[in-house]
Structure formats: C-alpha cells, structure tokens
Design a protein around this ligand. Structure first.
Ligand SMILES: Cc1ncc(C[n+]2csc(CCOP(=O)(O)OP(=O)(O)O)c2C)c(N)n1
Ligand SMILES: [Mg+2]
Length: 674
C-alpha cells in the first residue's frame, strides 16, 4: 500500500505504544505528564493568537512534544541542548519563562533578540540552550564544538542536538557526524523524523531504508525509537547520555514521529495524505500517555482538562502583559553598537627587543605567544599538527602544546568552522587555519551567517579567528590564489585584517586572537618567505581598524593593503622624486576612514590599489567614501587600480597581466597628470 511505502507505519502502532514506567513513582509520572502537557497548551494558545492576527508565523510541534520534553528531561541542567524550530518543549522543560518566549516571538524588548530575530532563533547561556539559524544544517556542527570544550575541560558532560530528517540531507549533518566520530565527542544527534520536510516526504529525501543506518557509516551507535512515547525517549536518551558522559563518544538517535500540522501554519497540509494524519493523531503522545496513566491509576480522567485550564489561566495574564509591553525602540547607534562585542586590547607592560623575521615566522611567533597567553585557545585545521600545515605556519606547535590544542581536522571546512563556533560558545577561543583562503567558500554559511550574526542577534560573542592564506605570486591558478576578502568585508559582524609587513602580521594576529569577535585574518602566501622585517619579540598588538602611513607625501595618496603595498613601494623606490603618500590600510573591516580622508584632503589625489579584482572589490568602497567626503578637495577623480575581472589564471605571464601591478604605473601617471 502506498502509504506504507511512504512511511513505515508498522513500526509504531497503537498496540505497541507500550509505556514502561520502570522504577518511576506516581509523582514522577505526573511530573512528566505536566511537562509534556505544558508546551501543548502553549502551542494551542499560539494557534489562537495566530488566528487573531496577534502573532506572525508559527511552526507547530504539536504531536512531537514527547521528543523535546523527554530528551530534555534526560539531560543535566549544565549540559547544552541545541534545539530546532519545533522544539518548544526544550525551552519549557528548561523553565525558560513563557513571557520571555512570547516576547521573543513577537519581537518585544524582553525577548532574547531585541526584536532582531524571530521564533526560536536565539540562545540563552543561562538555560544552556543554543538556538538554530534558518539554515538548519549548521546546528549539529556547533554541538561538536560545545562537546569538545566539555571534553577538554574533563567535566563529563554530554551535548544534545536536534535535527529534522530533512536536514540530514545537508552536508553539515554529515560533516558533524564524521567529526564527532573521529574525535569521540559526547554528542547525541537526535533526528526527529516527522515524515516531511516542508512538503517533501522522506522517500524524496533519502534512499536508505532507515535513517538511523547512517550511524553505521560513521562508526557510531545508532538507535531508532518511538518518538511519541515519552518514556521511551527519556530512557533511551538518559541511557546514552549516562554512558557517553563516562566514555565520550557520539550516538545517533532516530525518533519516529509525524508532523500532523503544516510546515508552518500558513502552508497547510494539503499534500499530506489524510489517512496518515489521522493515524498519527491516534498516536498522539499526550493522549497516549494520559491513557496509560489513567489505566495505571496514576491520573484521574478529569485531571487532564483540569490541568489544561490551570495552565491556560496562568498564561492569559502573561500574554496580555507581553502585548502591553512597548515595542523595541529603533535606535541606529544601538543597532550599530551591537554588531560587535566591545574589544579592549591587552596592555603590554614588559618591553621587549625586536628581531628580523620573515613574514611567515612572524605569524608563527604570534600564534605561539597567543597559545601561551590564552590557555583556552584551540587551533584547528587540515594537516596543521605534526605536518605543520601546508605552509608550515604551525610547525612545532603540536610538540609544544599537544594534539588536543593543535588539532588536525578531517577534510571539511563547514563542520570545522561550526565546531570552532561551538568551542567559543562554551568558553574557549578557537582559531581555524583554512588550508587556502579559497576553501573558505566551503564554510561560507558558517562564517557569514553563524559567526557574523550571532552577537547582533542575541548578544553572544563568537571568539573565532580564521586564518586565510590568500593571494597570487605562486602560479597556483583559480582555486589557490584568490583574494576573497571582499566576500567578508561586506558582512556585518566580521572583522577583517590583512597585514602587509611582518610586525603587523604578528601584531594583528595577536590582536585578532585577543578580540572576542570573529576575525578573518588574511595572510599573503607570496610574502611568507619573500619578506622580512623587524618584529617585536614579546607580546605585541596592532589595533584593529588603524591604518599605517607607510610613507608621507603631498602630490597624491595611494591607499592599499596586503601584497599591493609592496607594489606601491617598488614604484616609489623607482621614482623617489615623486611625493606620494602611501597608506597601508592593514584592517579592512573596520577600516581607518579618518587616516585616509585626512591624507586625501591634504594631497587632493587618490588611487585605491588592490590585488583583488576590480568590480565590487574593497577599492570601490574606499573610492566611494573618498568621493563623498573629499569632493571639494579633489584635483582628480578618485581612481582604482585592481586586478582584471577574471578568475586568477595559472600561467605566470597571464597572472602578471591579471594583476593590478601591471597597470599601476599607468594608473599613477593618469592620476598625477589629470
Ligand atoms: C539551507 C536552507 N534550505 C531551505 C530552508 C527552508 N526550510 C525551512 S525548514 C525546512 C524543512 C526542514 O525539514 P526537517 O529538517 O525535516 O524539519 P521539520 O520542519 O520537519 O521539523 C525547509 C526546507 C532553510 N531554512 N534553510
Ligand atoms: Mg521533517
């Protein structure tokens, strides 16, 4: 029969919904019943408010409550839970006050995101709950970082993360299972298989017989359980959590349930066979449990309605209180302030000498000192431990700091950036080495949506640095040579730095690591071994957001950064009589507008130069700012000199032609002669 192919109903039928109380006494069972009932009554209330137009969207978890409630009950209060959009029961079981939840859903100030994000898109450190972002898949990768932090702290804790069965098709889910398995992380990956992902039934979503069999491929334990049986959920999660606290390792639990309402209320259930819905309504987790409790003599039949009334009476005044709360005040400065956590540079009290170092050695020195200074700093990346990284930046660090802190990762970027974020959410600092900056595209959502937006959304800082070996000069072609800083500069919430000299390489790296915000740290591969300079020997910090005037001049200003600073220096060395001011921006987000504007007002001519391609490169932003703020001071149009709008070619001759450097002299001449 078609329905049975669609969904293995035979797995759970009314007859096999067996509740086994084990040694739970009557009080405990009633307590569980209350916990199970509460989110149902809240949701029913929300459906009324939705119909009244008082709330917007609603993603219903009706009929699935036993999973969120049962699993949450099995976790200890100090253990993190990472729920999804149907898991109200996690929040209510963790005693998050209903009025704060409602305030969150309707965007009031007493919610969790100051009206900046909706529904369950928030976290609460107080309740050890880390909410999802819309992209769904990243959620399990965070759990790995959280669990890694717990494992490193040796505090015998487990982490629980929820995913829908549709979400298991996302790459992040697979990266997360793989990392958790390889690193033996105490994470319970709970798949809530409710038959549908929006309108997509499971047979269009995956082609394995049972989703739980994925566990075999990752070498971890898997269990498939009845997600509508609260005691079964509770006992299974409890058993796994107890075991993995002692012997850290992941487990995959597939909870079978059904989404009896629409994906969200507005989308309806037309595409779901009615028989399926009514069959699953018969297996309603609350009604089934009620029946069991009545049969056991634990609950009087009239108790259910009584308790519902009691909860409703409690909710009513709270609802009115929340709706009476004034709306969030729109305040530009408050909005901008919350994009980043405030950052204060550490003070350096001891004077140290300096030493001539190669650019690459300055980065390594900054890393080593930061590892010594922050004993909660974890380095992660492909081949960074014994091998020392493909460029040998981390050579020797594993011997000094051990493989727990200098971690080789499997070949996956998204999962690792997610783990870095999880570490940061659980009290650590994390630094990820991208093997090449180009590969950051494989972790893009994590960087631009997860790392970048979290502080603004719910006030949680994300203490992660990503090292980005970037740029040309090594004839490495389109996928190992890109200058992709512009992808990140335009994303509010990220800081972006790009040192051009060894001392800045060390100082900016140490500042990035000290900074509580996510920082993209670009390092130029060609400069690694082709540039030396004086570098302070001890701790050194270069303030993020401050440019360096490399050379003073009066006839024009060149504003640049990274490798291109050296092209400008070469030019100036060739034409020493020209009085050109050279500014190395060093930081691209935030960037030092004041220094640039001051210089251009003085010289009246500006050329923005970079290795990145022209269109929408950072030069466009700098040029626009100069045009806006220096218009009446300019003796020539603001000019840009950038690389060709093509992918980076491999052949040396083609690469030379591609690079802005080949057009620099002509650009300066045009600017000066204008
Ligand atoms: C990356 C991404 N793609 C698509 C969506 C749209 N979307 C939101 S929820 C959802 C279905 C999720 O299904 P599942 O994981 O089974 O969870 P369920 O809604 O059934 O609880 C989809 C497709 C999204 N939010 N993010
Ligand atoms: Mg689903």
């Amino acid at each position: 029969m078609v329905l049975h192919i669609l969904y293995p109903l035979s797995f759970i039928t009314k007859a096999v919904m067996n509740f086994d109380r084990k040694n739970l006494d009557n009080n405990a069972l009633v307590g569980i019943y209350r916990k199970l009932l509460f989110p149902r009554v809240v949701e029913e209330k929300m459906l009324v408010l939705l119909r009244q137009g008082r709330i917007g969207k609603w993603f219903s978890g009706i009929g699935q409550e036993a999973i969120a409630v049962g699993a949450t009950m099995a976790m200890q209060a100090e253990e993190y839970i990472l729920p999804m959009h149907r898991n109200l029961g996690v929040f209510t079981t963790r005693n998050v006050p209903f009025e704060r939840l409602l305030a969150q859903w309707v965007g009031k100030p007493s919610g969790f995101t100051k009206g900046r994000d909706r529904s369950f898109h928030f976290g609460s450190q107080e309740h050890k709950i880390l909410g999802m972002i819309s992209h769904l898949g990243p959620q399990p990768t965070l759990a790995n970082g959280i669990a890694l932090a717990d494992k490193l702290s040796q505090n015998n804790r487990a982490t629980l993360v929820f995913v829908g069965e549709g979400t298991t098709s996302e790459g992040d889910f697979h990266e997360a299972l793989n990392i958790a398995s390889v690193w033996n992380l105490p994470v319970i990956f709970l798949v809530e298989n409710n038959g549908y992902a929006l309108s997509t039934p499971t047979h269009q979503q995956f082609n394995c017989k049972r989703l739980v069999d994925r566990a075999i491929g990752y070498g971890i334990e898997g269990r498939r359980i009845d997600g509508n049986n609260i005691l079964e959920v509770y006992y299974n999660i409890n058993e796994i959590a107890t075991s993995i606290r002692k012997q850290p390792r992941p487990a995959l639990v597939e909870c079978i349930t059904f989404r009896v309402r629409g994906h969200e209320e507005a989308s309806g259930t037309k595409y779901v066979p009615h028989e399926l819905i009514s069959e699953w309504q018969d297996k309603d987790p609350i009604r089934s449990f009620e029946e069991y409790l009545v049969a056991e003599g634990v609950l009087r039949r009239d108790w259910g309605p009584y308790l519902r009334n009691e909860i409703n009476a409690r909710l009513e005044p709270l609802i009115e209180k929340v709706f009476a709360e004034p709306n969030v005040r729109a305040d530009v400065s408050e909005e901008l302030k919350d994009v980043y956590r405030e950052s204060i540079l550490p003070e350096v009290t001891t004077e140290s000498g300096s030493k001539v170092l190669r650019y690459i050695d300055a980065i390594s020195a900054g890393l080593r000192l930061s590892m010594q200074k922050h004993n909660n700093l974890i380095l992660m990346g492909q081949d960074i431990a014994a091998y020392g990284g493909v460029f040998k930046v981390t050579e020797g660090l594993v011997a000094e700091f051990g493989k727990e802190r200098v971690r080789n990762t499997p070949l996956c970027e998204s999962g690792v950036v997610g783990a870095a974020m999880g570490l940061a959410l659980n009290g650590y600092k994390a630094l990820v080495e991208m093997q090449f900056a180009d590969f950051a595209s494989s972790g893009f959502t994590q960087i631009v949506n997860h790392l970048a937006k979290t502080h603004y959304r719910w006030g949680q800082h994300v203490d992660v640095v990503i090292r980005m070996p970037a740029g040309t000069g090594t004839a490495a072609g389109p996928f190992h040579s890109q200058s992709n800083e512009a992808w990140f500069i335009k994303t509010p919430g990220l800081k972006v730095v790009y040192p051009a000299f060894p001392d800045d390489a060390k100082g900016l790296l140490m500042a990035a690591i000290a900074d509580p915000n996510p920082v993209m740290y670009f390092e130029h591969k060609y400069l690694y071994r082709n540039l030396t300079g004086e570098v302070p020997e001890g701790e050194a910090y270069v303030e993020i957001g401050k440019a360096r005037v490399v050379k003073e001049g009066s006839a024009a200003t060149i504003i640049t950064y990274g490798y291109a600073v050296h092209w400008a220096l070469e030019y100036l060395a060739r034409y020493p009589h020209q009085s050109i001011e050279l500014i190395d921006l060093r930081s691209l987000q935030p960037w030092d507008k004041d220094t640039v504007i001051k210089s251009v007002k003085k010289t009246g001519r500006a050329l923005v130069l970079h290795e990145d391609t022209l269109t929408c490169g950072f030069g466009a932003e700098v040029a626009a700012s100069i045009a806006e703020q220096c218009f009446t001071y300019l003796d020539a149009p603001v000019m840009r000199c950038a690389s060709l709008d093509t992918p980076v070619p491999m052949d040396k001759g083609l690469e030379d032609q591609f690079l802005a450097k080949s057009r620099l002299e002509e650009a300066i001449n045009t600017l000066l002669k204008y």
